[in-house]
Design a binder for this molecule. Structure first.
Ligand code: SF4
Ligand code: SF4
Length: 619
């Protein structure tokens, strides 16, 4: 089930008026967003927060839809109407029209809670007579009962163990209308919505709806008194129980002495009940009186329309009761009282301790120091919703509040924040300068690199050896003119459209035995040097080497038939033969004497004669 009250986080403006108004600190602020929330276990349903919330951000669990469902699905439904209707519905000219409006809405039985008040009043009269030095707090007001159970659990044994009037009325109606009757309490209090959940068995009540919600339903269903006949409440009717909506109405209904020096009961109404309960706790031995307490007179309950005038409502109630009493059949009332006198009106009450641990002085001082409120913590601006800085610090320690709720703290934090933002901005500006310098440097380096690349590219093109560089897919990255010349006319034509054959597939330009050398180097990361291969009638000397592992390879290819390569290569290879033979000859020399030096001489003479022939040819 939804909680009785909740705060709409969208419409709440975090003004903390509700925190200030809540008598039991059932509203906490925990999150960074500083919007409050109601703690259902701590809430006593007094509705004070509701009354002070300007934007109307506090929502009450709505019962309208539940009632519509009940009335649609059931035939045997009874309304238990609180006598406060006289103050709430002065616009309805006669209470009998009001009763008919309820019947039109779909209720089969319409009963007055006033009769239940009469029964309960008698029970109190008996209890007080038999109290023998024990003093009671009367338990007719659900807010008072809830307060004692949650915040003065030690006084639970002093709560009068008598059901409230609506529960007594439920027992009566169930006997009249049958066990299966669905009971709906029409109440001036939002607290009734939770109170009815406590009653079981014969006193079970299925739903509580406020006067305000009832008004809305009349409007929604287009029910107006002008179109309707008169109809009266179902018997049994109430007598002085009709005075119940004013604080001492129950005392009058019970016929208890009200003269100050003779009355065994003290009546207190309003916020003062909290101090009254404290006094009961501390001084009942001296006070020696029962307490009749109402956090709010029912006439002005939080389930009635806002803005009602108390004295006006009182006078409307008085006129209503006078009218009722004039026509009341006292004999019939007395018979009904006698008929239901044997009903069991006892109830059990139980402690539901919600007190929070009191923080140590050192913890409190630390919080006050953080708030910068160590100087005069007993006063406060009230902006946070707490009466003093000390109360606020206690609430922080108990997890009900956060320091950001304090305007001074928040403003100081804002200043700190602004200062740190300034510093960050300065650092940011410095970083931007450095970045610009780096950018300029990088630009220069990039230009220099570009120039160097261009020089290299030109050099590459002028090289007599063929050069090709390709990627892992054997796509050409760079070549030179010699390589393109070697590939033939088709390649030269492509070169005119795509300079350097960039992107061309080496596999389509070279035979398998040739491009496979590139594939090998790419996959093994191992260079191949001086591999001779035949290509289109030419002997080519190929060296393929790794430029970037598994990604880029390059090759230098020399045409062995080119004269300058031929000479150089013959000399190089003859030198290799001589080196190899010398090594061998040295080993054999040990055995055969001068044979090796003769071989050397012979070979050297071949080289010299070749050099001489070539020089002549070149000239
Ligand atoms: S009274 Fe409470 S719920 Fe209403 S706007 Fe202010 S902080 Fe929000
Ligand atoms: S209903 Fe009363 S107890 Fe509950 S949160 Fe509002 S002010 Fe506090």
């Amino acid at each position: 089930m939804e909680p009785l009250l909740k705060i709409n986080q969208e419409t709440c403006i975090a003004c903390y008026a509700c925190v200030r108004a809540c008598p039991v600190k059932a509203i906490r602020v925990q999150s960074e967003c500083v919007k409050p929330e109601i703690i259902p276990e701590r809430c006593i349903g007094c509705g004070s927060c509701l009354a002070v919330c300007g934007p109307g951000a506090i929502e009450v669990r709505n019962a309208r839809n539940d009632l519509k469902k009940i009335l649609t699905e059931n035939k045997n439904v009874a309304a238990l109407v609180d006598p406060s209707i006289a103050g709430e519905f002065p616009d309805i000219t006669d209470y009998r029209k009001f009763v008919q409006m309820l019947r039109t809405l779909g209720f089969r039985h319409i009963h007055e809670v006033a009769f239940g008040v009469d029964l309960v009043a008698l029970a109190y009269s008996e209890l007080f007579k038999m109290s023998r030095g024990k003093y009671y707090i009367m338990s007719n007001d659900p807010v008072t009962v809830s307060f004692v159970e949650k915040y003065k659990p030690g006084l639970v044994p002093n709560l009068a163990p008598i059901v409230p009037p609506v529960a007594a009325t439920a027992k009566v109606v169930r006997r009249i209308a049958g066990e299966d009757v669905i009971l709906v309490h029409i109440s001036p209090l939002i607290a009734s919505k939770n109170e009815i959940l406590r009653f079981e068995g014969e006193s079970r009540i299925d739903l509580a709806i406020t006067f305000v919600e009832l008004r809305e339903l009349f409007k929604e269903s287009n029910i107006h008194e002008t179109d309707l006949e008169y109809s009266d409440f179902d018997a049994p009717l109430g007598y002085k129980g009709n005075f119940f909506p004013v604080a001492n109405g129950i005392i009058q209904a019970a016929g208890i002495e009200e003269e100050l020096h003779l009355s065994p009961v003290i009546t207190v109404e309003g916020n003062g009940i909290i101090d009254a309960i404290k006094e009961f706790e501390e001084n009942i031995g001296t006070i020696k009186s029962h307490f009749n307490l109402f956090y709010k007179e029912f006439l002005m309950g939080r389930g009635t329309s806002l803005g009602g005038k108390r004295i006006l409502r009182r006078s409307q109630l008085t006129s209503y009761v006078k009218k009722r009493l004039k026509i009341l059949d006292i004999k019939a009332w007395s018979d009904s009282i006698a008929e239901f006198a044997s009903l069991d009106l006892r109830r059990t009450l139980k402690a539901d301790d919600q007190s929070l641990p009191v923080p140590s002085d050192s913890k409190l001082n630390k919080i006050l120091k953080d708030l910068d409120q160590l100087e005069s913590p007993e006063v406060g601006c009230g902006g946070c919703g707490y009466a003093s800085c000390t109360d606020f610090a206690i609430a922080i320690a108990q997890g009900l509040a956060i320091p950001e709720m304090c305007n001074t703290y928040a403003s100081r934090n804002r200043q700190d924040h602004i200062q740190s933002l300034k510093i960050s901005n300065e650092k940011l500006a410095q970083a931007q300068d450095d970045l610009k310098k780096s950018e300029r440097l990088a630009q220069k380096e990039s230009e220099a690199a570009g120039e160097a690349t261009e020089i290299l590219r030109r050099m590459l093109h002028k090289l007599p050896s063929m050069v090709v560089i390709c990627d892992t897919n054997l796509k050409i990255i760079q070549t030179n003119d010699s390589f393109i010349d070697m590939l033939g006319e088709d390649a030269m034509e492509i070169n005119e459209v795509v300079p350097g054959l960039a992107g061309a597939d080496l596999k389509t330009l070279l035979p398998y035995n040739f491009y496979n050398l590139f594939t090998y180097v790419l996959s093994h990361n191992e260079s191949i040097t001086n591999r001779d291969i035949q290509h289109e009638g030419k002997m080519l000397n190929v060296s393929v080497f790794v430029i970037e592992k598994e990604k880029i390879v390059g090759a230098v290819i020399r045409d062995m038939s080119a004269p300058e390569v031929q000479k150089e290569e013959v000399l190089k290879r003859l030198s290799e033969v001589i080196d190899k033979n010398l090594s061998l000859a040295q080993q054999i020399g040990f055995i055969m004497g001068e044979g090796a030096s003769e071989t050397e001489r012979m070979l050297n003479s071949i080289i010299e004669s070749y050099n001489l022939k070539q020089d002549l040819k070149d000239r």
